[in-house]
Design a protein. Structure first.
Lengths: 115, 113
């Protein structure tokens, strides 16, 4: 069964460093998403991406964040200058159809620890 | 999706039926999701409701009443593996006109023999 994959599974970085989290969505999916979940807290939507453009983004997704689909298979989330409060589990998801009705498949997540 | 309320925890017996409620307030409702999340794992999509009524999918059903700002997830024939957190998420219009999902804190369901 096709699945979303994410690398690395755990990333440790120092405050102020740039990190890139990588995702490979399911191959025939057209819509891509990033979410985060701080330990013990709610899942939070960050951004959705379609046709090489950001479709929707939350207030969390400020200028420190960017997304890219550098080739036909990868979808990346970059945090330019990490802060302690960026420590969280970051989930990538993809869907065949738009958010409104499209079943989203989540990857296993990347645990980001900022020290 | 600014105020999403779900019970924090529920317990039920294997084989029974449980109903998990979710109430919400929105400025521009555009759909409600239910997800299952086992501890330490990613969420798994269960259902999406945008119109009033009941959507059934196997042992799981989801109901929506937009006028009441209310949804429930119904789990039948409970199994031990159903012990998980159940997340309600609502797509709401935000400033700028886009729609984004806001998640509730989740309901931790414990199924015991």
């Amino acid at each position: 069964e096709p699945e979303v994959t994410q690398t690395p599974s755990h990333q440790v970085t120092q405050m102020g460093q740039e990190v890139i989290l990588r995702c490979v969505p399911i191959s025939n999916h057209l819509y891509f998403y990033w979410y985060r979940q701080i330990l013990g807290q709610k899942v939070e939507f960050l951004v959705s991406f379609y046709n090489n453009e950001i479709s929707e983004k939350s207030e969390i997704f400020d200028d420190q964040f960017s997304v890219e689909r550098p080739d036909g298979s990868n979808f990346t989330l970059k945090i330019r200058s990490t802060k302690l409060e960026d420590s969280a589990m970051y989930f990538c998801a993809s869907s065949e159809r738009a958010t409104s009705g499209g079943e989203q498949y989540f990857g296993p997540g990347t645990r980001l620890t900022v020290t | 999706g600014q105020n999403i309320d779900q019970p924090t925890e529920m317990t039920a017996t294997e084989g029974a039926i449980v109903q998990i409620n979710c109430t919400y307030q929105t400025s521009g409702f555009n759909g409600l999701f239910w997800y299952q999340q086992h501890a330490g794992e990613a969420p798994t999509f269960l259902s999406y409701n945008v119109l009033d009524g009941l959507e059934e999918k196997g042992r799981f059903s989801s109901f929506l009443s937009r006028s009441k700002g209310y949804s429930y997830l119904l789990l039948k024939e409970l199994q031990m593996k159903d012990s998980a957190s159940y997340l309600c998420a609502v797509r709401d219009r935000v400033s700028g006109g886009s729609y984004i999902p806001t998640f509730g804190r989740g309901t931790s369901l414990i199924v015991h023999p």
